[in-house]
Ligand binder design. Structure first.
Ligand code: PHE
Length: 388
């Protein structure tokens, strides 16, 4: 069903009477026998309901809100004879097995949307009765037999859920959570991390500059230096937070996104610790069967640097659309902290070594929840957010 706001001006192709008639006929009886046709049918039903609601609102100036809410509820959601119940009985329950999961999703969206409309009306009702408080006109009569108003409960954003899940794993390993400013100096964002003036990431095209010495941080790595200065070694931290890049929004890019940085510094840290920790982390997060692969890469602030991939969590490594038939999904950058970076953080590289990694939380959430468009996270559409 198309995600369309309820008050769209689109003309309905189906009147309410027609919808009532069709709701008594099975989908196959209506000649609807494929997913596209089912989607269209549910979209038409939604349009008809939205149009009826608009009609009721426009013609209810003279009737009270409670009556209007009750009328909607009866029409759409009444048990047994409400439109949603009839659609369930005839369109969903009677659908052949092969199309049922699809029809089920369409039906759930329709039902949720109808309930949302009623929630909105219930809120309008509260607002309007508040407004009439204190005025001399008689207050609206309260119908105590009406069902209570459902107060919609919020939930944690999927990116926040992912962040907390990752944090939990590292907290259990003894890491602490550290944070730093999103408005960052060029020094911490680039210089202290051994990123030379000529590095392409410093370009206006990639970095959002506030002035010549200040940027919106392009990664969480500057907090590595801040934490080294603040705490010294040994140090075991993760750094979740927002980052910004001069990217046009598309399905996989957002000018604002989220990273988690990991940093471990002690007197005898090796690349084997890095591999072991990230392998453990991947199995905790994606399941024991998941394998990790390390390939050489380059970052100015780590030496050697690596790119970590996990075996594809969708096909188990066989090759599929998501992993582009490779069996692997690249998930983060990592490496041994560059001696110059340790020194910039005030830590003696002769005494201490360390590893670091950086990953995109949004991308992890997309993998985990099988979401193909990063923009969905930032559009604040309750119908999307409600699913988590
Ligand atoms: N900061 C790097 C990036 O944003 C990721 C990274 C972090 C790589 C730590 C290595 C070590 O791409």
């Amino acid at each position: 069903m198309a995600m369309r706001p309820p008050d769209t001006e689109r003309l309905s192709v189906m009147t309410l009477e027609e919808l009532k008639r069709q709701a008594e006929i099975s989908l196959s009886g209506l000649g609807v026998d494929n997913e596209a046709a089912i989607e269209k049918k549910f979209a038409d039903a939604w349009d008809a309901m939205v149009q009826e609601r608009r009609h009721l609102i426009q013609h209810s100036a003279d009737i009270t809100f409670s009556r209007r809410v009750r009328e909607f509820r009866n029409l759409f959601l009444a048990r047994g004879h409400g439109l949603v119940a009839r659609i369930k009985a005839n369109w969903l329950d009677a659908t052949p097995k092969t199309l049922k999961p699809f029809a089920g999703r369409e039906f759930n969206t329709l039902r949720l949307n109808a309930e949302n409309l009623l929630e909105e009306d219930a809120i309008l009702k509260i607002v309007s009765s508040r407004q009439s408080f204190g005025k001399s006109e008689p207050r609206e009569e309260v119908d105590l037999t009406l069902p209570g108003n459902r107060r919609p409960l919020g939930s944690l954003h999927p990116v926040t859920q992912m962040q907390r899940e990752i944090e939990e794993i590292f907290l259990n390993l003894g890491f602490r959570i550290e944070s730093g400013p999103e408005i960052e100096s060029v020094y911490y964002n680039f210089d202290a991390l051994n990123i030379p003036e000529s590095h392409p990431s410093r370009d206006d095209w990639d970095t959002l500059y506030i002035d010549s010495k200040t940027v919106l941080r392009t990664h969480t790595s500057p907090v590595q230096i801040r934490a080294m200065e603040k705490y010294g070694a040994p140090l075991y931290i993760i750094i979740p937070g927002k980052c910004y890049r001069h990217d046009n929004p598309d399905a996989s890019h957002s000018p604002m996104f989220h990273q988690i940085e990991g940093l471990a510094i002690a007197s005898d840290i090796t690349f084997a610790d890095l591999k072991g920790t990230l392998d453990f982390f991947a199995r905790k997060l994606f399941g024991e069967k998941v394998r990790t692969r390390f390939q050489p890469s380059f970052f100015p602030f780590t030496e050697p640097s690596g790119e970590v991939s996990i075996s594809c969590i969708f096909c188990g490594g066989e090759g599929c659309r998501v992993c582009k038939e490779s069996g692997w999904i690249e998930v983060m950058g990592c490496g041994m902290v560059h001696p110059l970076v340790l020194r910039n953080g005030g830590i003696d590289p002769e005494k201490y070594t360390g590893w670091a990694f950086g990953l995109g939380i949004d991308r992890f959430a997309m993998l985990k929840y099988d979401i193909n468009d990063i923009q969905l996270f930032f559009q604040s559409d309750v119908r999307f957010l409600k699913q988590f």
